[in-house]
Design a protein around this ligand. Sequence first.
Ligand code: C5P
Length: 226
Amino acid sequence: MTDIPVITIDGPSGSGKGTISQRLASSLGWHYLDSGAIYRALAYAVDQAGFTVDDNKQQIEELARELKLSFQPSADGGAEVLLDNVNITSSIRTEECGAMASVLAADGDIRAALLQRQRDFRQLPGLVADGRDMGTVVFPDATHKIFLTASAQVRAERRYQQLKESGINDSIPRLFTVISERDARDASRSNSPLTPAADAIVLDTSEMSLEQVIGQVRQQVGYQGL
Ligand code: C5P
């Protein structure tokens, strides 16, 4: 373990953790880990290779260890995801890719193959890490742990908006169904399930604006300038 500070922000999809984490990281001048993008990039690579979890488990674990993944700041303050130097950002944002990522993510050996890659993001001056198991498994000694949640309906509406902004057309009822399925799988798996760490602060953001959530997070972590 190290002294490098980490703030973990976990939660289901559409809880607002991506936006909040990016904003927090950029205002603190800290590094940002979007761990979901790693699972999504693996799902993309597995799909490209034509592998399935049932038939190609070992090859997938190897792929997970050797994935040539890099992140670059994007114009909107987020990050572009590059696999073998090819920009795969928009391809991995679809709900289909999220669902595939969630199937792979249920496997303990695949998770283990991605663990060190995530811990390597812990660099000075600090890290904001967003995902499902940041506070429970990847950074159990984190300085501050936040767990964001919201009702499934609100999360489906937020995902709809997010996808729309990135040029992807979907429907709220369909997103409600696929997101609920994905969250149920993430929460019920035996390996690193989606659950708040015992020492996490849980915030239900259903009725809160982005600014209100940011205000609450700022209060909890005690850093100014967010
Ligand atoms: O956060 P995002 O929706 O991009 O994550 C995609 C999927 O990757 C999640 O549904 C989950 O199954 C998996 N994931 C995970 N652990 C993390 C981050 C993501 O299992 N720390």
